[in-house]
Design a protein around this ligand. Structure first.
Ligand code: PLP
Length: 369
């Protein structure tokens, strides 16, 4: 495989492990004994059924998913789930209500979408900017809600939960698009977990949904059939033509994750990588600043500013240009917040993270304010 000279810190679609890319390249034109590409094969043929079943089994092992949970591989991305979740679950209890814990732009967008399909209760006080997770004593949960929704890692703002919210038996729904499989979780604490593949577990095109069986069968009559979890579960995610190649790529990432030591190994790795960068920031005497409170800092998307919490636009531009010259790409913060964002998903190595840390120290020395 052609060697890659860049370090890709993109927020998603993001870097895939070298080993996965190499295998995909080797098998691209002719998969196994089939003589054809995965791109060209029937989703109902034995080769593809083996690919999708193996992917599901590996995911079940990696996340320790109990038998009373269905695993679905769907299309429509995270935004698709912003609609599919309320369409399937808001009717779970009379009143068609749901609680939304909004800690960043993705959960805010999900709540807005849910308002189309039922009554949304905003659990947290409205926040001017998303830099913390308010104390649980400030939360207003509705015991009559059909579910409680939150986003475990807000990719744009770099806000991550380091605890699982306690919802007192109300089913908990979580968007794990940007930190799925970066640490072990207790699946039994959730009614539904979903995540788009394009950050930690594959490429764009497929979204994993893990849903407890008793939550199936409550879809609103207007729910499109392809978004109806019961229909998809009943058809083993093959109700319509699935995103075959994306499922294949995700399956390769799952195999790689198993070889690496699974979610426990990813937890150690992500703690180590994020500590390397946060340490440089914390020891910079205020040259670098993290707007997010220490208890809610993301291990996946490290968002920081130069000069002050509002940033120094000239220095930040210089930083990003200098990094690009050294082959470090996609460090620009999301356009809605600015600054710098280093996304260090599972495929990013310690060495790549260290290269960024070294550059950050060097940049500080050269541009001391
Ligand atoms: N949720 C989170 C946490 C995300 O980071 C993203 C995209 O970056 C989405 C949802 C939306 O995903 P998609 O672009 O697949 O609709």
């Amino acid at each position: 495989m052609a060697s890659r000279k860049v370090i890709n810190f993109a927020p998603g679609p993001a870097k895939l492990p070298e080993q996965v890319m190499k295998q995909a390249q080797d098998e691209f034109v002719s998969f196994g004994e089939s003589g054809i590409s995965v791109l060209e094969m029937s989703h109902r043929g034995s080769d593809f059924l083996d690919i999708i079943n193996t992917a599901e089994n590996n995911l079940r092992d990696l996340m320790n998913i109990p038998d009373n949970y269905k695993v679905l591989f769907l299309q429509g991305g995270g935004n698709g789930q912003f609609a599919a979740v309320p369409l399937n679950l808001m009717n779970f209890k009379p009143g068609c209500k749901a609680d939304y814990i909004v800690t960043g732009s993705w959960s805010a967008k999900a709540a807005k979408e849910a308002e189309k399909y039922g009554q949304v209760n905003y659990v947290l006080p409205n926040m001017k900017d998303y830099t913390s997770i308010p104390d649980v004593s400030e939360w207003k949960l509705d015991p009559e809600a059909s579910y409680v929704y939150y986003c475990d890692n807000e990719t744009v703002h770099g806000v991550e939960f380091h605890f699982i919210p306690d919802t007192n038996e109300v089913p908990l729904v979580v968007d794990m698009s940007s930190n799925i499989l970066s640490r072990p979780i207790d699946v039994t604490k959730f009614g539904l977990i979903y995540g788009g593949a394009q950050k930690n577990i594959g490429c764009a095109g497929v979204t994993v949904v893990i849903v407890r069986e008793d939550l199936l069968g409550h879809a609103q009559p207007i729910c499109p059939t392809i978004f109806d979890y019961r229909v998809q579960a009943g058809n083993s995610s093959l109700y319509n033509t699935p995103p075959t190649f994306s499922i294949y790529m995700m399956g390769l990432v799952f195999k790689w994750l198993v070889q690496q030591g699974g979610a426990h190994a990813m937890k150690d790795l992500s703690n180590e990588k994020s500590s390397i960068i946060y340490e440089v920031i914390d020891q910079s005497n205020g040259f670098y600043c993290v707007p997010v409170e220490p208890t809610a800092r993301s291990r996946m998307n490290i968002c920081f500013r130069i000069g002050s919490k509002d940033g120094n636009a000239t220095l930040e531009k210089l930083f990003i240009e200098g990094a690009a010259k050294k082959g470090m790409q996609s460090l620009k913060g999301h356009r809605s917040v600015g600054g710098i964002r280093a996304s260090v998903y599972n495929a990013i190595t310690i060495e790549e993270t260290q290269a960024l840390a070294t550059y950050m120290k060097e940049f500080k020395r050269q541009n001391h304010l």
